[in-house]
Design a protein around this ligand. Structure first.
Ligand code: IVH
Length: 685
């Protein structure tokens, strides 16, 4: 019976295998999955159970055999048939222009000719060489010293995007080169798991990928989820009949792709050095948003015959160059760890670093966020650390380098007393925030509170900068925000480096700020967690300070965005005698605002914007579209999803698409975020 079934079963297994391999190609190489993950899993399980019943029918190219072999004792050496070259680096656009000139001079071409370059992201991973014989992956090796590497075939087989068998007509022998790397999402998941299991975190995706390739047990490599892109050729022997040998690098990549090899979709063709500059600029803009780490751009002369005639010098080709981005990571030493006290008394640990150039700027401080982070990474004064500054993100300490820790270091602990005022520090479990209990007796909290009060989005006191506020507090001219309105020009002029003109300007600006809006005033008070948006909601809802102060928790929670914690913070703020007194003094010193007519949050017909219809599109920087919509509705406006002749205006944030275009076509007003803020402010006044 079983014997009779065999041909069918073997056909079925082969069919399933081909089907799954094709789905892998659709998913990983073409980025166009045809079936859901669940459907794929079902097919995969079907193949597993058939193969379990008929182990003699398992072939090496079966997707179940990606993690096939047993752990190795060590890697064997592989001689590269064609050496694996490295690339010359360019660090400035001048270097790139020089490269372009050298190429033309060597090719004896007029300097005005535009050379075609293939442009590709420079992946931050590890170079490997892959050998396919008659379409089957037979060997994969590390670069090693360029002439010999290590055989890591079984580890490379675990990379799902790498085909074990090529598709269609293939050469008898094909050797290709590419970069193995780890996607950011896979890296983050790996570190999360490491943390959960109490293992040390990986410093960056490159290190994690390198470690994965060095595993002797391929099951360990498979757990790390690696990716690969192919970007170069090693050797072709025996072109298949009817397939023309590619003449251009870009054609070669297209051919690789046709055979199922994964190719980076960001690659492009650049005509002349100006196009290369533009590609470099556009890729740097994209860099932070890419799913993987890159450290530059590689430009390659596209014509393969020209590549050949340019040749190589030492171990780098003359036809390619790596234009590097500024490094996002650097190592330096933590000189000390300080604690900064914020407006609400929160203590933030900060690493004072030996200055280091990273991400295009010199960095000497890095926030350590909170004590949980310090404990988790065990950062101590004296440690050598990896510092990262990507894009405009504030610098952070990624990890310490344990091998470089000096003999005598002490674990970093939270101070018992506030470093500024000496009041006891209260440790809190929740949100890992610890606070100075000094309140308004703490110089740091007073200073930060006044800075916030005077800031542009709060009371907007022009010319009253952070430095001046610090001087005024240090010289005992002011101890609270109310004191600002008692300040005299003479007091300011008595401070070092303060002239008559600037002092009188500051006094005028303080005076001007006496007339404000209820929303700004509420925000300026610096009640914990009350941002601009909540302040605006509260102002619109209550209309007056008296009504707000009288509201209980339940009433406060009815306001959009206000939850239990925020409501408690508001009650707590006005329950505090000192704070209530400051508010009272401010009112007595002349702070006032035009009365706000309270708007019932559900009554659309009332309100200053009643009768107006808005459409929100694109990304706003200061709030979400939902928040903006809620505020417009609170003012009586209608907010809809599509643009029509009835639309009053379209509010277009960043990357606004077809709705903004449609508005323009219909002659409907387009407002940007700033105009929206002005609109909201006008009507909340
Ligand atoms: S081509 C003969 N293309 O950069 C040219 N290399 O600094 C061989 N790399 O060893 C390399 N992305 O590991 C090439 N798109 C790309 C690349 C790339 C990353 C790496 C590769 C190479 C190193 C040289």
């Amino acid at each position: 019976m079983a014997k009779k079934q065999k041909p069918d079963i073997s056909k079925e297994i082969a069919q399933l295998r081909d089907e799954l391999n094709e789905h892998n190609r659709q998913y990983h190489t073409l980025d166009k999955p045809l079936i859901s993950d669940a459907e794929y899993d079902a097919l995969y399980r079907q193949l597993v159970s058939l193969e379990e019943a008929h182990p003699e029918l398992v072939t090496p190219d079966s997707p179940t055999q990606r993690v096939g072999s047993a752990p190795l004792d060590g890697f064997t050496q592989v001689e590269h048939t064609v050496p694996m070259l490295s690339l010359a680096n360019a660090f400035s656009l001048d270097d790139l222009a020089d490269f372009d000139r050298r190429v033309k001079t060597r090719l004896k071409q007029d300097l005005r000719t535009k050379i075609d370059y293939a442009a590709e992201p420079k992946l931050d991973g590890l170079a490997v060489s892959l050998r396919y014989e008659n379409g089957l992956l037979v060997q994969g090796a590390t670069r090693g010293d360029g002439a010999r590497g290590e055989d890591i075939t079984q580890n490379l087989r675990t990379i799902w995007s790498l085909p074990i068998t090529l598709t269609g007509k293939t050469p008898a022998v094909l050797e290709v080169r590419g970069e193995v790397f780890m996607r950011n999402a896979d890296f983050d998941a790996l570190n999360k798991a490491a943390e959960k299991e109490g293992r040390p975190r990986f410093v960056n995706p490159r290190n994690a990928a390198a470690g994965a390739l060095r595993q002797l047990d391929p099951r360990k490599t498979a757990e790390r989820k690696l990716s690969i892109y192919i970007y170069a050729m090693g050797l072709i022997d025996g072109m298949p009949k009817g397939v023309a040998q590619p003449m251009l690098h870009t054609d070669m990549l297209a051919w690789f792709k046709k055979m199922g090899l994964p190719i980076n979709t960001e690659s492009d063709l650049c005509r002349g050095s100006d196009a290369c500059f533009a590609y470099y600029e556009s890729l740097s803009d994209k860099r932070a948003g890419l799913a993987y780490a890159i450290d530059g751009v590689v430009f390659k002369v596209n014509d393969l015959a020209l590549q050949e005639s340019l040749g190589q010098v030492s171990r780098a080709p003359r036809w390619a160059i790596a234009q590097k981005f500024p490094a996002e990571e650097a190592t330096t030493v933590v000189e000390s760890i300080d604690f900064q006290v914020g407006r609400t008394g929160a203590l933030t640990p900060v690493a004072r670093l030996k200055s280091v150039f990273v991400g295009g700027v010199t960095v000497s401080n890095a926030t350590l966020h909170n004590m949980d982070e310090v404990k988790r990474k065990d950062i101590r004064a004296g440690d050598t650390v990896v510092v990262r500054r990507a894009g405009d993100v504030i610098p952070e300490v990624v990890a310490i380098i344990p091998e470089k820790r000096p003999k005598k270091t002490t674990r970093t602990t939270l101070p018992k007393a506030c470093p500024v005022c000496g009041s006891p520090v209260i440790e809190s479990e929740e949100m890992a925030v610890s606070r100075c209990s000094g309140g308004l007796a703490c110089g740091a909290q007073v200073k930060e509170g006044i800075k916030h009060f005077a800031s542009r989005r709060a009371m907007d006191i022009d010319g009253l900068g952070d430095k001046l506020i610090e001087q005024l507090v240090d010289e005992h001219c002011i101890a609270s925000v109310a004191d600002l309105y008692r300040l005299t020009q003479e007091q300011i002029m008595a401070l070092p480096r303060q002239g008559e003109k600037s002092a009188s300007k500051v006094i005028a600006a303080i005076d001007k700020s006496r007339t404000t809006t209820f929303a700004r005033f509420l925000f300026a008070l610096g009640i914990r967690e009350i941002g601009e948006t909540s302040a605006r909601h509260l102002a619109a809802e209550f209309g007056s300070l008296e009504k707000l102060q009288k509201a209980d928790i339940e009433r406060l929670k009815k306001v959009a965005d206000v939850g239990q914690v925020m409501a408690q913070n508001i009650i707590g703020f006005f329950d505090n005698v000192q704070q209530r007194e400051v508010v009272e003094q401010l009112i007595n010193l002349g702070i006032h605002w035009p009365e706000v007519k309270p708007v019932g949050s559900t009554t659309e017909s009332a309100g200053p914007l009643a009768g107006n219809t808005y459409v929100l599109t694109g990304t706003l920087s200061g709030m979400t579209r939902d928040e903006a919509g809620a505020q417009l509705r609170a003012l009586g406006a209608k907010v809809t999803g599509s643009v029509s002749a009835n639309t009053t205006a379209v509010i277009a944030g960043d990357k606004a698409g077809s709705k903004a275009t449609k508005a323009e076509a219909l002659g409907i007003a387009l407002l940007d975020e700033e105009q929206l803020m002005t609109l909201l402010e006008q009507h909340n006044d």
